[in-house]
Design a protein around this ligand. Structure first.
Ligand code: UDP
Ligand code: MG
Length: 309
C-alpha cells in the first residue's frame, strides 16, 4: 500500500461526535500506507470543523475543505473529488455506517483491474422498514426509466480510479447525481460486500423530503422518459375523449329516449383531465427548473477555508 496514493473523501455535516472514532478506525486500517484523508465540511453548525482542524495540526495527511454553507452531500462529494490527488479515491460517510475495514479489499479489487469498486450492502438490518422499501422502489423506478443501470443497494461508498475521478471533474453539468454519473461512464466495475452498521452517533440528515428531492434529482438527471409519459397521457386522454364524443353522438341519434344527461361523468371527466394536465405541467416544470439551474452557471459550492491543502 505504499506504491500509490489513496485519497479518502469524507463529506461531513454536523458530526462532531463521530470524527475521533472515524479517524481512529481509518488510521488503524491505513497504517503504513500512503494516503490523505480529505474531509469536506458541508457548512456544519457545530464543532465538526474545529475537531478536524485540531487533528490536522499534528497530521498533514488530514485535510479539510470547509464550505461557506450547507450545499448538500453530493456537492461535498464533488468537491472532495475535485481536491483529491490520489491514484485511487475512496468516498465514504463520516458516521461509520460505512466500515473503513473493507477499504483494503476494495484496493485489492482495484489493483486487479477494476476501475470502480462498489461497496454493496449485504444486509440493511439497521435501516428502518420505510427506508428499505423506499430505496428498493427508487432503484426499480429509476432503472426502469433510465438507460443507465444504477446498481441496487449501493450508496456512495466506493473506490474510484483516478481516471474516473478526472472524468467526473470534467463533466460540465451543474447537477451532481454521482452514483448515476459513475455508472453512466461504463467503466470496469466490481463489488465488495459489507453489512451496513448503525450510525455511531447523531441522526440521519436525509429526511423524507430530502430523499424525495434526491430521487427527483436522480430521475430528471438520467431520463427524459417522464416527458414522453406526459405525451402518452395526453394521447390517452384525447382518445378517450374522442370515443366519448362518438358514443354520445350515436346515443343521441339512435337512442334518444334512453339518453340521460349525467353530471357525474362530466365532473369525473373534468377532475381526471385537470389532474393529468397538472401532473404534465409539473413534469415539464421539473425539467424547465433543471435547465434554469444549468444555465445560471453558478458555482456548485463555495469554499470558506482550506487546511493542509
Ligand atoms: N452529509 C453532508 N451534507 C448534508 C447531509 C449529510 O455532507 O447536507 C454527510 C453526513 O455527514 C454523512 C453523509 O453525508 O457523512 C451521509 O449522511 P447521513 O448519514 O445523514 O445519511 P444516511 O446514511 O442516513 O443516508
Ligand atoms: Mg449515515
Amino acid at each position: 500500500m505504499t506504491n500509490f496514493l489513496l485519497s479518502v473523501v469524507i463529506p461531513i455535516y454536523n458530526e462532531e461526535q463521530t470524527v475521533d472514532m472515524l479517524l481512529k478506525r481509518l488510521t488503524r486500517v491505513l497504517k503504513g500506507g500512503n494516503y490523505e484523508l480529505l474531509f469536506v465540511d458541508d457548512g456544519s453548525g457545530d464543532n465538526t470543523a474545529a475537531v478536524i482542524k485540531n487533528a490536522a495540526k499534528n497530521n498533514k495527511q488530514i485535510k479539510l475543505v470547509s464550505f461557506s454553507r450547507n450545499f448538500g452531500h453530493q456537492m461535498a462529494l464533488a468537491c472532495g473529488y475535485a481536491y483529491a490527488k490520489g491514484d485511487a479515491v475512496v468516498s465514504m460517510d463520516a458516521d461509520l455506517q460505512d466500515p473503513p475495514e473493507i477499504i483494503p479489499q476494495m484496493i485489492e479489487k482495484w489493483q486487479t483491474g477494476a476501475q470502480i469498486v462498489y461497496a454493496k450492502r449485504e444486509k440493511r438490518d439497521v435501516d428502518g422498514f420505510i427506508k428499505k422499501i423506499t430505496a428498493q422502489l427508487f432503484y426499480r423506478f429509476i432503472n426502469f426509466l433510465s438507460d443507465t443501470t444504477i446498481p441496487n443497494d449501493v450508496g456512495d461508498f466506493r473506490l474510484l480510479d483516478k481516471e474516473i475521478v478526472s472524468f467526473l471533474n470534467r463533466l460540465p453539468e451543474h447537477s451532481r447525481f454521482l452514483r448515476g454519473l459513475v455508472a453512466w461512464g461504463g467503466y470496469r466495475e466490481d463489488y465488495v460486500y459489507f453489512n451496513r452498521e448503525k450510525r455511531v452517533a447523531g441522526a440521519t440528515h436525509y429526511t423524507l423530503s430530502r430523499m424525495v428531492n434526491f430521487a427527483l434529482e436522480g430521475i430528471t438527471s438520467f431520463s427524459i422518459k417522464p416527458l414522453r409519459l406526459a405525451s402518452y397521457l395526453g394521447f390517452t386522454a384525447g382518445a378517450v375523449g374522442f370515443f366519448g364524443i362518438i358514443y354520445a353522438l350515436l346515443g343521441k341519434i339512435f337512442l334518444p329516449s334512453h339518453w340521460v344527461t349525467g353530471w357525474t361523468a362530466l365532473f369525473v371527466g373534468i377532475m381526471f383531465l385537470g389532474g393529468i394536465q397538472l401532473i404534465t405541467i409539473g413534469i415539464i416544470g421539473e425539467y424547465v427548473g433543471k435547465i434554469y439551474q444549468e444555465v445560471q452557471h453558478r458555482p456548485r459550492f463555495l469554499v470558506r477555508e482550506k487546511v493542509n491543502l
